[in-house]
Design a protein around this ligand. Structure first.
Ligand code: URP
Ligand code: ZN
Ligand code: ZN
Length: 466
């Protein structure tokens, strides 16, 4: 039996923060005990980690990543190997990535392809959601099978006509199916039909720069779609999780639904909390680095997102990590913003940026762990195996130095992308050591992990209802 003890740290979970020593046996948390007490002094171990002056927190659970995702004629630049390694560097020990169904093909084909991409390549544990690009009788039936295999959530798009788009009838049918099989519908809520009209008009008028990506993808078209998705979910009697919420008007729709007691949930991402349309307007095509959908919003929207996170009208912060290099990939959209691949890098920085939010007073320490670890684990059927530090949980544990200073930069990050969306940003706090099922993946800021250590997670259905 292998045993590790972490001594002297402040254990922070969503529920409490308490000085405690942590005993790990065979990859699981075995016990927590008062530091230096008689009981924990008696623990023998193969390895002791001194966490004096450090936080001992659950590994991050990033419920929204796109490794190797095909988009706009290219592929997201992180593979499962490079992306999960970067995630580990940033204190994330679980990702839930999106397997993609191609129109005209079965869900099974898409899921098998994603298993092949990930199997044997991941440094940390991983699960899959399924993107439904083609809702029909056969794929509706397949949803039931996938739920049985631990792929218990399905993303639908109200945007991207002709690619991922589903119409309202298809959405309603998928929601009805999910209400029967326990699946969770995740919605990309933007009115893509209207957006495509505005894109066409902008390009015809010569408005081709990246900043017009933000102007045509209007906040009202996010909130309208959010409202419609909520009503369709009500009709179907299904819970709803709205991904990458960026507009304050969309947060208002979620708040209204939650005030009615509906099982409607919202996720936002660090890019919407820390970046804005000012970045999209950066000259010399640099704004392309910040093209993602939903788009970055004017800085005023950030207050509504922070408030939503504090009031639990937004429950989760994920990254929507979908990196494309500036050179050769983002550049595909020079002279036509609609051809810039949509997505931004971020899997490595979520835990640090949210710790910075603690330092800045936006959220509490426990709320940091709740929105980044515990709630995503519950939302996606992984709790309490993931997302907390408690006897029986996987020993996915981060020793975090809350006083270390770091500067985010493409020169030092580990994601396979040639720019940082946060170049030069100063952060207080840094990951020191990361355990995945008790195995050191980052050890005193050295990478000690291995591709293939990460295992596929068969997930339960959503544990956050009611
Ligand atoms: O721009 C984004 N968000 N790219 C990834 C795909 C998606 O819609 O989540
Ligand atoms: Zn999306
Ligand atoms: Zn996404």
């Amino acid at each position: 039996m292998s045993r590790t003890v972490i001594r002297g740290g402040l254990v922070v979970t969503a529920a409490e923060e308490t000085p405690a020593d942590v005993l790990i046996e065979d990859g699981k948390v075995a016990a927590l005990a008062a530091p230096g007490g008689e009981w924990s002094q008696g623990w023998t171990a193969d390895r002791t980690i001194d966490a004096t002056g450090r936080y001992v927190i659950p590994g991050g659970v990033d419920g929204h990543t796109h490794m190797e995702m095909p988009f706009g004629g290219t592929f997201a630049s992180d593979t499962f190997e490079t992306g999960t390694r970067a995630a580990a560097w940033g204190g994330t020990t679980t990702i839930v990535d999106f397997a993609v169904q191609t129109v005209g093909h079965a869900l099974r084909e898409g899921l098998d392809a994603w298993h092949l991409k990930a199997h044997g390549n991941c440094a940390i544990d991983y699960g899959f959601h399924m993107i439904l690009s083609d809702v029909n009788e056969s794929t509706l039936k397949e949803m039931d099978l996938l739920v049985g295999e631990g792929v218990t959530s399905f993303k639908l798009f109200m945007a991207y006509p002709g690619v991922f788009y589903s119409d309202d009838g298809q959405i309603l049918r998928a929601m009805q199916r999910a209400s029967g099989n326990g699946g969770l519908i995740m919605m990309h809520a933007e009115n893509g039909i209207a957006i495509d009209v505005l894109v066409e008009q902008a390009l015809a008028e010569g408005r081709t720069d990246p900043r017009y990506h933000g102007e045509v993808r209007k906040a009202l078209l996010e909130s309208e779609a959010t409202h419609r998705a909520i009503q369709l979910a009500r009709v179907a009697g299904a819970p709803l999780y709205v991904v990458h919420v960026s507009a304050q008007e969309a947060v208002a729709e979620l708040t209204r639904a939650r005030d009615l007691g509906l099982d409607v949930f919202g996720e936002t991402c660090p890019q919407y909390l820390f970046l804005s349309t000012d970045n999209l307007a950066e000259p010399d095509f640099e704004g392309a680095k910040y093209v993602c959908s939903t788009p970055l919003r004017p800085v005023e929207h950030q207050a509504a997102l922070w408030r939503g996170l504090r009031t639990n009208d937004l429950q989760v912060v994920s990254t929507d990590h979908c990196p494309f290099c500036f050179t050769g990939q983002k550049e595909l959209g020079r002279g036509d913003f609609s051809k810039i691949p949509n997505g931004m890098p971020g899997v490595e920085h979520r835990m640090d940026l949210l710790h910075q939010a603690v330092v800045d007073g936006h959220i509490s320490r426990r709320r940091w762990i709740e929105i980044a670890c515990a709630t995503p684990a519950r939302m996606f059927g992984l709790y309490p195996r993931k997302g907390t530090i408690a006897p029986g949980a996987d020993a996915d544990i981060v020793v975090y130095d809350p006083r270390a200073r770091q500067t985010l930069s493409a020169g030092t990050h580990h994601m396979n992308v040639d720019y940082s969306a946060y170049e030069g940003k100063q952060i207080t706090g840094q990951v020191e050591t990361v355990l995945s099922r008790g195995v050191p993946v980052i050890d005193q800021r050295e990478y000690t992990g291995r591709a293939g250590h990460g295992q596929f997670l068969i997930r339960d259905t959503c544990q956050y209802l009611g």
